[in-house]
Design a protein around this ligand. Structure first.
Ligand code: GUN
Ligand code: ZN
Length: 438
């Protein structure tokens, strides 16, 4: 058993409401499944109430720290680590001029291994303990990432990008081979330790009907496997999809027609949806990965939080590096707040803004994102039975943070100061349930 005494933040597993102990105790220990299984949370609560039940327990005391669930990044591209900060006139030129040339480099397994290692270090530094990531179209880019993640005990879900048209030589795959490669990768990596596989059609414009059809068939054959893609990010992209798929009522319905809209499917962006689309997401149990730093950087629009909350489809926060500008969950939560305030969606009429509560933003990047992945009660929260992935945060990491957090009158003010002023300097330790060493 390992126990930690510090301030603790977690969320009510049912309502998502924050729970906070200024002097808390977190007790972790072996989960079911033996020594190789991830450690789990055994108990948490007020130090003085809980310690009575654990006589003789050795406790690491960290009085100046806040323990919080490890962050869940619901959509990121590890091969775009070197694309961060590449400006363009919107999504499609950005893909052509910056993204595809960088992704072509992943034909080289040595390059893939070097970037994978750097990327996983960045997740650690930023307190991200679960990520759903794209790889490139090269199967070796998946092998490089998975084999680097496995010994780290990270909960990582990843997949080979499927794209058999409308993209350049060097990143374009071929229909039949891409599907064979995907199935081989599922068998090689899905469910190995804490790793999971995601069937990964890049987006409808770069996938032929046959490739989407094949991806849908794989998704039906492997229901425990995730699906990840992009939808309704940019107005030029939308117009292109209308040309390519004139028979479908909406962009989202293209994926539905091919069997790619189901539980455990996660669609990045979801900016330009209508109410029928939102209800379809909800009915199918599919999720939106909201990527606000990317949406601001590429000028794509703002996610409509008010309609999402009203409709009640699954959604959570994501960095979308390298369209996104930071690995930091703090930056993403702040941008999500700003997108909520802005309230417009880019193309349509202006909408009134919403003010997302700091604890809600935090939930959307932890327990809410885990729920979107179908990993509710497994990661993203600190509750008995959850895998013990957590971060130690220093609310005094910078002079301004120390000054501002000292004046916080309640939990929401404390979280807001961290969201607005925090970055990786706040994350003093990242503890993964599957890691041998903390
Ligand atoms: N749509 C298709 N591919 C991509 C990508 O790599 N990044 C973003 N932001 N949108 C996409
Ligand atoms: Zn993306």
């Amino acid at each position: 058993m390992k126990a930690y005494r510090a301030a603790i933040l977690s969320f009510d597993p049912d309502t998502g409401a924050p729970r906070y102990w200024s002097d808390g105790l977190l007790v972790t220990g072996p989960g079911q499944g033996g020594a190789a299984a991830p450690r789990v949370v055994l108990a948490l609560g007020s130090f003085h109430e809980l310690i009575r039940h654990y006589p003789g327990l050795s406790v690491e005391s960290i009085p100046d720290r806040l323990i919080a669930p490890g962050f869940v990044d619901l959509h990121v591209h590890y091969p775009q680590t070197d694309v961060i900060g590449s400006p363009a006139e919107g999504l499609l030129p950005w893909l052509e001029h910056h993204t595809f040339p960088q992704e072509a480099r992943f034909a080289d397994p040595l390059h893939a291994a070097e970037v994978a290692d750097f990327f996983l270090n960045e997740l650690d530094r930023h307190g991200v303990t679960t990520a759903l990531t794209f790889c490139t179209s090269h199967p070796q880019s998946v092998d490089a990432l998975m084999s680097a993640a496995q010994p780290r005990g990270l909960r990582l879900i990843a997949g080979k990008c499927l794209q058999d048209r409308h993209c350049p030589d060097g990143v374009r795959d071929t229909t039949e081979q891409s599907l064979l490669d995907t199935e081989a990768l599922i068998l090689r990596w899905h469910g190995i330790g804490r790793l999971g596989y995601a069937i990964t059609p890049r987006f409808a414009p770069t996938c032929s009907d046959a490739q989407l059809q094949g991806a849908g068939e794989l998704a039906a054959r492997h229901p425990g496997v995730w699906v990840q893609s992009h939808v309704a990010e940019n107005l030029d992209e939308l117009a292109w999809v209308r040309e390519l798929y004139p028979q479908d009522r909406s962009y989202l319905e293209v994926y539905a027609r091919f069997g790619l809209l189901r539980e455990r499917s996660v669609y990045a962006h979801c900016l330009h949806l209508d109410q029928t689309d939102r209800e379809l997401l909800r009915e199918r149990g599919a999720a939106a990965a909201v990527c606000p730093t990317s949406n601001f950087f590429l000028g794509s629009g703002c996610f409509d939080f008010a309609s999402a909350e009203r409709t009640g489809f699954l959604h959570g926060l994501a960095s979308d590096v390298g369209g996104g500008t930071s690995f930091s969950p703090f930056r993403t939560m702040l941008a999500a707040y700003e997108a909520g305030r802005a309230g417009f969606t880019g193309g349509g009429p202006a909408k009134a803004g919403v003010s997302l509560a700091p604890s809600r933003l935090w939930w959307l990047h932890t327990a809410g994102a885990a729920r979107a992945l179908g990993l509710d009660g497994v990661v993203g929260n600190l509750a008995p039975g959850c895998e013990a992935d957590f971060v130690l945060l220093d609310p005094r990491a910078t002079p301004l943070l120390a000054r501002r957090t000292a004046q916080a009158r309640d939990l929401e003010e404390l979280l807001f100061a961290l969201i607005v002023l925090g970055d990786e300097r706040v994350v003093t330790r990242t503890v993964r349930a599957g890691s041998v060493i903390d």
